[in-house]
Design a protein around this ligand. Structure first.
Ligand code: FAD
Length: 307
């Protein structure tokens, strides 16, 4: 059995593994895809002390550092179920999709999240070639260019306000007949000179040429007329979904499906901790996930020495 078993091998899981392994205890990481979302990232320019890197390089460095501590990495393994310890100090079990079961004194859940896709032609083709999901990450790449934000909820309108200060122009596309963001955000948005809002608008296609986005097509749902907006970037902001479906009914989740954690990374189950994008931690970023992962590992160690 492991002293600490980590489920998920993104920045949160890797940081947890390194921090736990440095305590000289037995650590394993089971991950569907080691590296996590970082694998799908082009430029990373906001990880403190690293001026610039790219996703695959960052993911390889995560893995190399984790391996250097002798952590047992079980890649391409999906967890399907967790059975927390029946009493404090007992063993938790994690059941894998391949039928195997892993036992551990403590478990750290770091299964991350995924951006909801709009599922229109062009989205997959131009991902990272004009189609983006994270304004904090990729906003500066569109400096002085024309962009659209798909989604008029809080995250979409926050993204539009954020981008308006960087890019030339922002077009907001909302499917419903009005924006769903908080009034204070809508007021701020409406005060900006370089933003256009289309409500009752259904995105139908992201167009491109030469491997780059060059436009967005949407249908006016009232008239059925299709319009083309010429632009260089599209931010999809229709939700971030935590990878926690497998925990439903066992671990306490928020109404958004995020694992509810306290400031030390405890979940509602004794000996089970969580970190990163799969939790209620505000702001989903690499540096934050890494910090949360190390915190959860220190909490797990604290649990081990007390039980
Ligand atoms: P993730 O990276 O999502 O990792 C989750 C891990 O859990 C993966 O290994 C996954 O395979 C695994 N997993 C999921 N479910 C299971 C399961 N059931 N069983 C086993 N394993 C499972 N942030 C920045 O700070 N800067 C950027 O420039 C930046 N750019 C981004 C660009 C893109 C395109 C995307 C998608 C995100 C970007 N982000 C960026 C956000 C950043 O990638 C995330 O905040 C960060 O990766 C979260 O780390 P995490 O470890 O919590 O989760």
């Amino acid at each position: 059995p492991y002293d600490v078993l980590i489920v998920g091998g993104g920045p949160a899981g890797a940081a947890a593994a390194v921090y736990a392994a440095r305590k000289g205890i037995r650590v394993g990481v089971a991950a569907e895809r080691f590296g996590g979302q970082v694998n799908d990232t082009m430029a990373i320019e906001n990880y403190i002390s690293v001026q610039e890197t790219d996703g695959p390089k960052f993911a390889a460095a995560l893995e190399a550092q984790t391996r250097s501590y002798g952590v047992d990495i079980m890649n391409l393994q999906r967890a399907d179920k967790i059975i927390p310890a029946a009493q404090a100090g007992g063993m938790a079990e994690v059941v894998l999709a391949n039928g195997g079961t892993l036992k551990a004194k403590t478990v750290i859940l770091s299964t991350g999240a995924r951006w909801r896709n709009v599922n229109v032609p062009g989205e997959q083709e131009y991902k990272n070639k004009g189609v983006a999901y994270c304004p904090h990450c990729d906003g500066p790449l569109f400096k002085g260019k024309r962009t659209a934000v798909i989604g008029g909820g809080n995250s979409g309108i926050e993204a539009a306000i954020d981008l308006a200060g960087i890019v030339a122009h922002v077009t907001v596309i909302e499917f419903a007949d009005q924006l769903k963001a908080d009034a204070v955000l809508i007021k701020k948005l409406n005060s900006l000179p370089n933003v256009t809002v289309h409500t009752n608008a259904q995105t139908t296609e992201i167009t491109g040429a030469d491997g780059k986005v060059n436009g967005l097509k949407y249908k006016d749902r009232a008239t059925g007329v299709e319009h083309l907006v010429e632009l260089e970037g599209v931010f999809v902001q229709i939700g971030l979904v935590p990878n926690t479906e497998w925990l439903k009914g066992t671990i306490e989740l928020s109404k958004f499906g995020e694992i509810i954690v306290d400031a030390k990374g405890h979940t509602n189950a004794s000996g089970v901790f969580a970190a990163g994008d799969c939790t209620t931690v505000p702001f989903k970023q690499i540096v934050i996930a890494a910090g949360e992962g190390s915190k959860a590992a220190l909490s797990a160690f604290d649990h081990l020495i007390r039980n």
